[in-house]
Design a protein around this ligand. Structure first.
Ligand code: FES
Length: 361
């Protein structure tokens, strides 16, 4: 196809659209003319088809699309199969997010460069001048519009360049799957498998109750915390103080006698019985609003304050929220002292810890 010259300024003769010898381009141009559009410049990128340069460009664009497909597939494989949970001694989980970012980035760059190269180098250059008009379209106009679309599809070159069509299909289809990955990925990961979303490090292991320990792993006796004092405790298990059990940090509080009486009455009225041991009480530190550590304990008012958005929880009333955006109380850890005199958790938390997402009917 050679460069088509401008007809600007000249009155074109009306074409008979029923003539079967008319090409799609001629019908399209006639339609454009009837629509008041004048094609003043039309230049195909390769007047002679099948040249080395055209094939090279086709291969380049195809390569970009195939690269997109490969990167998208790699994204999906990593999303599904890469170990993403923290494992002690293994650094693989640290690579999970960077690898997703890398593969998605390569996929999007592949699409971008592919479309840019295709549009700039393989599509015809056309300049048209169009007048504006109102009203609906006649049967003829609709036929013209149909031919125009077919013509444009032909100009994209899929028919003449099957490799490009194949590469676009193989390369771009996985990108659509990648877009859907976050929606279906959760189902593939099975978040409910092994109850991992509903247990913490406090769940008894092999029937053995878990000790409350300091950050350095040493267990705690009641006399280690004076009245009015509090301490952040962790499950006394392997990796108890780690990201693996990031949902387990708990605040152990030694209440004064009066406060302990008030707390016990509220505790017993909560429907789960007494989770306290003596004057000691323990609540999850994970704020039920957005998951920050609620750790500012004001012993005069018995309020636990979350520094992120200033939610306050009243410890002597089952840690109910009394101020701020949190709307669910902090889960309470049932505690007792074992035969050796150390604090243990009688069971895991009886409610899910963390943000209000869990407060469902
Ligand atoms: S995270 Fe605690 S108040 Fe928002």
């Amino acid at each position: 196809m050679s460069e088509r010259t401008s007809t600007h300024g000249a009155e074109q003769e009306e074409l008979d659209l029923t003539d079967p010898r008319l090409s799609h381009f001629e019908i399209m141009r006639e339609g454009a003319r009837r629509d008041g559009i004048e094609i003043v410049h039309y230049e195909p990128p390769f007047p002679v088809l099948g040249t080395k340069a055209e094939r090279r460009l086709t291969r380049t664009v195809s390569l970009f699309f195939l690269l997109t497909g490969l990167a998208s597939l790699a994204f999906l494989v990593i999303y599904i199969a890469w170990p993403w949970r923290y494992e002690s001694g293994s650094g693989d989980d640290k690579l999970f997010t960077p690898l997703l970012g890398l593969t998605l980035g390569v996929a999007l760059l592949g699409i971008g460069f592919g479309i840019l190269a295709w549009g700039k180098k393989l599509l015809p250059k056309e300049v048209s001048i169009q007048g504006r008009h109102d009203g609906g379209s006649s049967e003829t106009d609709r036929k013209i519009a149909g031919s125009t679309i077919v013509y444009m599809a032909e100009e994209l070159g899929f028919k003449r360049r099957p490799l490009l069509g194949f590469a676009a299909l193989v390369g771009l289809a996985p990108v659509g799957v990648v877009a859907a990955a976050p929606l279906v990925g959760g189902l593939i990961k099975q978040p409910h498998k092994n109850n991992q979303m509903f247990t913490t490090g406090w769940a008894p292991q092999d029937g053995k109750l878990i000790r409350l320990t300091r950050e350095d792993g040493t267990p705690l006796r009641p006399e280690d915390i004076s009245a009015g004092g509090q301490l952040t405790v962790f499950p006394g298990i392997e990796d108890g103080v780690s990201n693996k059990h990031a949902d387990s940090p708990t605040l152990l509080i030694h209440l004064r006698d009066d406060d302990a009486r008030t707390a016990r009455t509220a505790n017993e009225g909560a429907g789960h019985g007494d989770f306290m041991w003596g004057n000691y009480i323990a609540f999850s530190k994970i704020c039920t609003h957005a998951g920050c550590p609620a750790s500012l304990y004001e012993q005069q008012t018995n309020r636990l304050l979350c520094p992120c958005h200033q939610s306050q929880f009243l410890i002597t009333n089952n840690a109910r929220p009394v101020f701020g955006p949190a709307s669910r109380r902090l889960p309470q850890l049932p505690i007792e002292v074992d035969a050796d005199g150390f604090f243990v958790a009688k069971s895991d938390f009886t409610e899910t810890v963390g943000p209000d997402f869990w407060e469902r009917p």
